[in-house]
Design a protein around this ligand. Structure first.
Ligand code: COA
Length: 317
């Protein structure tokens, strides 16, 4: 008998809510380096904020999955909104333990995809945490592709960075301008925002992250110099919300002519040393799915996956 998706009622949601908060809290404990108590509070806040009226919340679809008369799991789908105008988001999908490994997760997602096609939603995305290889394999099989990854590495053993020095930035304005122009462009291309909105959002993000420019407290911005020649730049931050237990590599760039000479690797290592000297125990970073060179670099340096975002275009049938 085929699987069907049925709207959840308030009682269904009450029955599922505690488990939803608990598993989200567990995932973000590692992914955002939170204490258990911080993660529980954050998960509770997130679910309360995004589903204030449970299954009746506007723009959020909560469906239970039925097969052969039994409830086998459920899905929480967020319809496109201002943050992601073209993309519906699978906020959670769960197959109950007795029913796992029978293809139900794939059937649930395929069913919501059909519903989204009917609603003319162009794309669907999701987040998968850390070492959940089962889920990742499933999404790959269903045609999802990696759009971004967050990774981290403990800074217990940092080798010496060879061949480069990090010096105070010599070209902050032009570097930051180019970086945030790229960021606005990504918001247009990957998130479907219109140009003006993307630029406004990029400007807000810049003001939030670097209110005092290169002198911003907790930020480390450096030019990478090799044998006296500037070859690129790095930007890292000391631990801060939303990841209070982790330093963060906001950006690294080695200029075109100087790539593949080991400077990228050395620059990451030098940043790690600087953070470690300041008592930071883990460094995290974000990398785009299409940036295979950078993903390879971070693989080589031992950066492990914290979370991965994946997306799929939905073709009208
Ligand atoms: C990613 C970047 C910083 C790497 O700098 P780099 O100096 O070229 O990197 P390295 O020479 O230190 O490379 C170290 C390892 O990374 C991997 N790597 C780096 N660039 C790669 C590429 N284009 N293709 C495949 N692997 C690559 C390789 O494993 C390499 O080791 P190997 O040369 O011994 O095989 C650089 O390409 C860059 O500035 N790109 C544009 C900005 C960017 O994407 N930044 C990353 C944001 S997350």
């Amino acid at each position: 008998m085929p699987l069907t998706l049925v709207e959840m009622g308030p009682d269904d949601f009450v029955r599922r809510r505690a488990q939803l908060v608990a598993s989200y809290a567990e995932a973000i404990t590692t992914a955002r380096a939170l204490t258990r108590a911080e993660a529980e509070a954050e998960a509770e806040r997130d679910v309360a904020g995004r589903l204030p009226r449970g299954p009746a919340t506007r723009g959020q679809l909560l469906r239970k999955a039925l097969a052969d008369g039994a409830e086998v799991g459920w899905i929480w789908l967020s319809l496109p909104g201002p943050a992601l105008p073209d993309t519906a988001w699978i906020s959670d999908v769960e197959v109950d333990p007795p029913f796992r490994s029978r293809g139900y997760a794939g059937a649930i997602i395929t069913a919501v995809e059909a519903e989204l096609v009917a609603r003319r939603v162009p794309a669907i995305g999701l987040n998968v945490f850390g070492d959940n290889t089962t889920a990742r394999r499933l999404y790959e099989r269903l045609g999802f592709e990696v759009t971004a990854e967050q990774r981290s590495r403990p800074l217990a053993e940092v080798p010496a960075a060879e061949g480069i020095d990090l010096v105070p930035m010599t070209d902050y304005e032009s570097r930051i301008e180019a970086l945030f122009a790229d960021y606005a462009q990504d918001l247009v291309q990957e998130r479907g925002l219109w140009h003006g909105e993307a630029e406004a959002r990029a400007a807000r993000k810049l003001a939030e992250l670097l209110p005092d420019g290169p002198q911003t407290d907790g930020m480390i911005l450096r030019t990478v110099v090799a044998r006296g020649v500037p070859v690129g730049w790095v930007w890292a931050g000391l631990p801060a919300p939303p990841r209070p237990g982790m330093g963060w590599l906001h950006n690294i760039e080695i200029d075109g002519p100087y790539r593949r000479r080991g400077y990228g690797r050395a620059a990451v290592t030098a940043v790690e040393s600087e953070l470690a000297r300041r008592g930071v125990r883990t460094m995290g970073l974000n990398v785009h799915g299409v940036n295979t060179g950078a993903r390879r670099l971070y693989d080589r340096l031992g950066y492990r996956l914290l979370a991965q975002q994946m997306a799929k275009h939905l073709a009208a049938r």
